[in-house]
Design a protein around this ligand. Sequence first.
Ligand SMILES: [Mg+2]
Length: 215
Amino acid sequence: MDTKLIVFDFDGTIADTQEAVIAITNRLAPEFGFPPLNEEDIAYYQQLTAKEIIQQSRVCWWQIPFLMKRVKEELKKEILNIKPFAGIETALEELKQNNFQLGIITSNSQENATQFLRQHGLLHCFNFVESSFYLFGKDKAIKRLLREKKISPQATIYVGDETRDIEAARKSGVTAVAVGWGFNTATALANCQPDVLIFHPSEVVCSLVSQIAQC
Ligand SMILES: [Mg+2]
């Protein structure tokens, strides 16, 4: 079946928020009682799955939703300084021009993602921008969306930069496209066996080669 719907993750896939998120997290570290992250910590965490990070981090598990909420609030103040990854704007425009439905399901807030897309003239590319409150709830959000839109999982792709994005795609039966320009390392992503692992946004377009004559 031909692909109709391409759902993107936001942070680390479209928007390069990593540096800002780490700086915010470190500013909040004293309040939440954990030591600030250094470059070594970050490089180590990038090899792990989200579940492993939570198990090994020094933040209490029950504090994580509160920390996430605070990070999103702080990021809202800086969202206009965040840049898209090189090549992502062109790829989104090309996909839109080729009549794919595009959407976002993010653990960030709908407001942050929408504001960013508007700032970079990309909001018109997307049919929807949805927030999934729970860190591991993206599969449920994808399933609900497919029911609402009456689109089959076989006609849908989920594109994300973390191992939990691949897991969400698997659980919801859609094709998992992992991107190597975001948070997790290519090895960590490959270990989760995505359907496709790509390293440049133009490859999202080219992976749909049979449906796009120009590629
Ligand atoms: Mg991400």
